[in-house]
Write a protein of this length. Structure first.
Lengths: 351, 296
């Protein structure tokens, strides 16, 4: 268990800077998820912490010790890779024991630690198998097991679930959460999947184009996104954004109807954001905007209605249960004012 | 495997037959020549003279001569040394070291080295042989640069150290193949596996020895198979450099075969030599093919 802290960490390839000065403090035992779109620098950041990528500027310290020039094995970290990266020519046991053997750990201790990790991950039956005889989920467990046996202070996960199918992914997600609880270790987890971020993280770090956009607990990010990027990225269904103009205490929507607002800074509002799950069906009289139903996705427990507005934009509305709606029928939608997010010209949230 | 040939092709016997014709002719020719060599290894056929027309069956006499007369066993030993040092030790190890060290470096130096290696490979054997003879002779470049300036008497390398010089020349000529094959093999090793080893605490040497080498083991076996067969039967470079001499110092089996068959005209005996070479190469191939198998 260890604190990890990043101070002005930069990474550039030649003249191209891909990580622009990241500051972050990760507390001991915390589960932190780096999330962002492809190319946002999240993996690069993780690889710099791991010592697989040289740091171009700034400082990374683990447990109060600056590790910029310390090679990976001495940093007290373990890493789980996206492709599992098992040694194909070694059995499961040898894969897990490899790091310990290199460190000249006594044989009895190697054996005890490998078997302990195998017990935690329930892979005791596969210890003699070769990786290619295992399924994707089993390989992932072995990769995690290999990380556990080294007894690291910090676990690093680089998109570990992206090669698994959907049901296995959900199952392994729960197991990783349990594992964090059992080991009580510091974990840094990189993903582009915001569901993994929401469900696993103590704190989420949202990255975009090499910068931190926002750091906070999953619910903080959900409730108070700092800008349109975070608002659009976090949560299963993307937030709807509408251009608004301000007239006194009313925000005028594209269709001409308006919604009241008592936000002190409403004068600067240019964009209104509302999550699909907060929109409600209304009558033509009470609705803030109307459109036609262009697509409906039924999930049984809920449905996503994509409503085409007169100006051609699509709005997503999440409806409970299995609503009985016809394609191309008129849809009238109400905007509950408690759930409205307002953003200024630069996309920053008005607080 | 599913038959994915065009249905028009598979349903038309005439087209099918025509399509197979080149392959069938090639196979027939190969079988014919092999059978020819095999059959004539039991005769006293000669290139010229009365035995060229009036040959007779001599049973296993030619094969007995392989072991009773001087020549074959000595040549076999020369060939073993030549193959071992030039192909297995030289080309393979050097090719691997080059591939491992140059891997991942996208420098100008890498391009220069690659071009140099490839040049040796692309140069015709006879040109290469002439270059090496000229460079290592008494009046050659090496003497001019490294020996004469120090007031030492010139050394006739190609004469005094014939086999080592031929071996070095062949290493220079053939390393490109091993280098290319090992480069491709190392590229096929997942980057993350190597990084995992790095995080696990493996030194650069351990990453190569304990992770990359075992993973590319089948490629190593394939490479060994190819270069052993090629080097075992390799003829032009040695023959053009030394003609098998001085004495019989560089007379590998291929040169011995040529000298017996065409210089002395003993086609029957030459056929027996070639059959023996075929058997030896076949046995070696079996060994490598076993190496190619995946471990249990």
């Amino acid at each position: 268990m260890a604190d990890v802290s990043l101070r002005g960490v930069r990474k550039s390839y030649g003249s191209l800077e891909v990580v622009h000065g990241v500051d972050l403090d990760i507390k001991s035992g915390e589960f932190v998820v780096f999330v962002g779109p492809s190319g946002c620098g999240k993996s690069t950041l993780l690889r710099m912490i791991a010592g697989l990528e040289p740091i171009s500027g700034g400082e990374i310290s683990i447990e109060g010790r600056v590790v910029n020039d310390i090679p990976s094995p001495q940093r007290g970290i373990s890493m789980v890779f996206q492709s599992y990266a098992l040694y194909p020519h070694m059995s499961v046991y040898e894969n897990m024991a490899f790091g310990l053997k290199l460190a000249k750990t006594p044989k009895a201790e190697v054996d005890q630690r490998v078997r302990e990790a195998a017990r935690i991950l329930q892979i005791e039956d596969y210890l003699d198998r070769m990786p290619k005889a295992l399924s994707g989920g089993q390989r992932q467990r072995v990769a995690i097991g290999r990380a556990i046996v080294r007894n690291p202070k910090v676990f690093l996960f680089d998109e570990p679930l992206s090669n698994l199918d959907a049901s296995l992914r959900a199952q392994t997600r729960i197991e990783i959460a349990k594992l964090h609880d059992t080991l009580d270790a510091t974990m840094i987890y990189v993903t582009h999947d915001q569901v993994e971020a929401m469900t696993l993280a103590d704190r989420i770090v949202v990255l975009n184009a090499g910068r931190i956009e926002q750091v906070g607990s999953p619910l903080e990010l959900y409730r108070n996104p700092i800008n349109t990027f975070v608002a659009g990225f976090i949560a299963s269904q993307r937030m709807n954004f509408l251009p608004v103009t301000v007239e006194g205490d009313r925000l005028v929507l594209p269709g001409g109807k308006s919604v009241a607002s008592n936000h002190p800074q409403r004068g600067n509002a240019r964009t209104l954001g509302i999550r699909p799950e907060h929109l409600v069906l209304a009558t033509p009289e009470t609705a803030q905007f109307s459109g036609t139903l262009s697509v409906i996705e039924q999930f049984g427990e809920y449905a996503l209605a994509y409503v085409e507005m007169p100006n051609g934009d699509l709005m997503t509305v999440k409806l409970d249960g299995a609503p009985d709606l016809e394609l191309h029928q008129a849809i009238h939608v109400g905007l509950p004012r408690d759930h409205i997010h307002l953003f200024d010209e630069a996309g920053r949230a008005l607080r | 495997m599913k038959n994915q040939a065009n249905p028009w092709l598979t349903s038309n016997l005439l087209v099918l037959g025509l399509g197979m014709l080149p392959a069938a002719l090639l196979i027939a020719a190969l079988l014919y020549f092999t059978a020819w060599a095999f059959a004539f290894s039991f005769t006293d056929l000669a290139l010229v003279g009365t035995k060229a027309v009036d040959w007779s069956w001599v049973g296993f006499q030619n094969f007995e001569r392989l072991f009773t007369r001087r020549g074959f066993l000595e040549s076999l030993w020369t060939t073993v040394i030549f193959v071992f040092f030039s192909a297995l030790v030289g080309q393979s190890v050097l090719g691997f070291l080059l591939a491992a060290t140059l891997r991942g470096t996208a420098s100008r130096l890498k391009s220069v080295i690659e071009v140099c290696i490839m040049l040796g490979w692309l140069l015709p054997d006879i040109v290469a042989a002439f270059l090496w003879s000229a460079t290592t002779s008494q009046t050659g470049l090496i003497n001019a640069i490294f020996v004469r300036p120090f007031g030492l008497p010139p050394i006739n390398f190609i004469n005094d150290y014939a086999l080592p010089i031929v071996i070095i020349a062949n290493i220079w000529k053939g390393t490109a193949w091993s280098y290319l094959l090992f480069s491709a093999a190392l590229d096929s090793v997942s980057r993350e596996v190597v990084e995992a080893a790095k995080v696990d605490g493996a030194t650069p040497f351990q990453r190569i020895w304990l992770v990359q080498l075992p993973i590319i083991r089948p490629h190593i076996a394939t490479n060994m198979l190819f270069i052993t067969i090629w080097t075992f039967t390799y003829f032009p470079l040695i023959y053009a450099m030394t003609g098998g001499g001085p004495g019989r110092q560089t007379e590998t089996l291929a040169v011995f075969l040529y000298n017996q068959s065409f210089a002395r005209g003993n086609l029957g005996f030459g056929s027996a030599i070639s059959v023996a070479m075929l058997v030896i190469v076949g046995l070696l191939s079996l060994v490598y093919l076993r190496m190619l198998r995946e471990p249990k």
